[in-house]
Design a protein around this ligand. Structure first.
Ligand code: SAJ
Length: 414
């Protein structure tokens, strides 16, 4: 089956690059987003998010007429849903964006169309998407009603790309494709093979949903192990960075890196979807989340203890982003720590974040954004929160008279 027109619902960090990659393969792509600013920006050939090389790709796609954005869904042969799935109170998954997207595209569906859910989702979300669409379109059949003979084909294909490397990983990574029926999966594989050079592996929708959650939980649990080791090593006066380096010399050991906590909108969120589905069974996964969520508080306490030896301590926080060399502050433990320190040490907190130009609202008026050199000169306590490249080049001589708390093992010995 050939897909002439492809519609991508949700033009964010995943949807927009995916739309652009299809357009680069000369598919007609209709991007849909509820955010009018995003729609207008894309139609000008520009982008509203930060991702290397995406600007050029979107510019080319729009000017050559392959990509167009709109706020109202239009008919297409395949629909990819890439909307957010945050959690609501009590770490419960919030499927309202998927529901809204399903109800919005249902009116333009026609017999033979394929709908793929790409959003990271709790197990069962693809079936619920199908049920929402069936509610709006009783005139069409869906896989839950007609199996392999359904008018509409539905699959789940979770995105797995790393922010900062999205365009390369979209093409190179393997894709796990879970059809609601085997035929649904095969059709979705035909669609992705248009640009994916990795392998497209078929399974069912629930396994595909769980696969994505499992990948991020695996990483969360392993980072929690590293974070717990760092706290134990502090207590026992052992350098955790050296310890991990040595342990990783074992051929079957590969410990991740401790840090100030786990940030971003994926690894700190997705494990909760598993916990919510199986609260009694998901013991390790829940504990790992708590260990990682606890790490910022531990860092703050260390800074407070260190600051006590100064009458009016000046504290420099190096980095606010949730990981190295990006400008993304969402769910960032570094930002959480800087905010809390700015509350407790009003007027004495300096922030160095080379990837932003103004402080985020929560720090405005409470901390001062400054250059690395000035912070190193002025501060009594240097707190490394992110391993941004410029921080790696700091001359150790400049730190000799300072108290250094290095949550990333960059400058000093943890
Ligand atoms: N972190 C550590 N120690 C480590 C590795 C990471 O503390 O050894 C921290 C980072 O500093 C950051 C957080 O974990 O705060 C997450 O960073 P990350 O680079 O591990 O992952 P994300 O959130 O940018 O992207 C992840 C990726 N998933 C996996 O690697 C299993 C990506 O492939 C997914 O597509 C993405 O989540 C997603 O959208 O789910």
């Amino acid at each position: 089956m050939s897909f002439e027109v492809i519609s991508v619902i949700g033009l964010g960090y995943i949807g927009l690059p995916t739309a652009a990659v299809f357009a680069a393969r000369r598919k007609q792509v209709i991007g849909v987003d509820v955010n009018q600013h995003a729609v207008d920006t894309i139609n000008l050939g520009e982008i509203h998010i930060v991702e290397p090389e995406l600007d050029m790709l979107v510019h080319a796609a729009v000017t050559q007429g392959y990509l167009r954005a709109t706020s109202t869904p239009e008919p297409a042969d395949a629909f990819l849903v890439a909307v957010p799935t945050p959690f609501a109170d009590g770490h419960k998954p919030d499927l309202s964006y998927i529901e809204a997207a399903s109800r919005a595209i249902a009116p333009v569906l026609k017999k033979g169309d394929l709908v793929v859910l790409e959003s990271t989702s709790p197990v069962g979300a693809t079936e619920r998407m199908a049920a929402w669409m069936a509610e709006v379109r009783p005139d069409l059949t869906f896989p839950q009603q007609a199996g392999e003979n359904s008018d509409i084909r539905i699959a789940h294909c979770p995105e797995r790309v790393l922010p900062g490397h999205v365009l390369r990983e979209l093409v190179e990574n393997d894709r796990v494709i879970g059809g609601m029926t085997p035929k649904c999966g095969e059709l979705a594989r035909d669609l992705y093979q248009c640009f994916v050079r990795g392998e497209c592996i078929l399974t069912d929708a629930r396994t595909a949903e769980m696969c994505k959650l499992t990948e991020n939980s695996f990483r969360d649990v392993n980072i929690a192990f590293a974070n717990e080791m760092s706290v134990i090593c502090d207590k026992l006066d052992i350098n955790v960075w050296e310890l991990i380096r040595l342990a990783n010399r074992h051929p079957r050991v590969s410990i991740l890196q401790p840090g100030p906590g786990v940030g971003g909108h994926c690894i700190a969120v997705d494990p909760w979807f598993i916990v919510d589905s199986a609260p009694e069974q998901a013991r390790l996964i829940r504990t790992a989340r708590n260990v990682n969520d606890d790490k910022p508080r531990y860092v703050i306490e260390r800074v407070e203890r260190a600051a006590k030896r100064f009458r009016e301590p000046v504290i420099a926080c190096l980095g606010l982003a949730f990981k190295a060399n990006i400008d993304d502050l969402r769910e960032s433990p570094a930002l959480e720590i800087a905010r809390e320190l700015a509350e407790r040490f009003a007027g004495q907190v300096l922030v160095v974040e080379p990837n932003i130009r103004t402080l985020p609202g929560v720090l405005e008026g409470k901390a001062r954004l400054c250059e690395l050199n000035d912070a190193l000169a002025e501060a009594d306590v240097i707190l490394v929160l992110v391993d941004h490249a410029p921080f790696k080049r700091v001359d150790p001589v400049r730190l000799q008279a300072k108290v250094v708390i290095d949550t990333r093992g960059l400058l000093a010995n943890g």
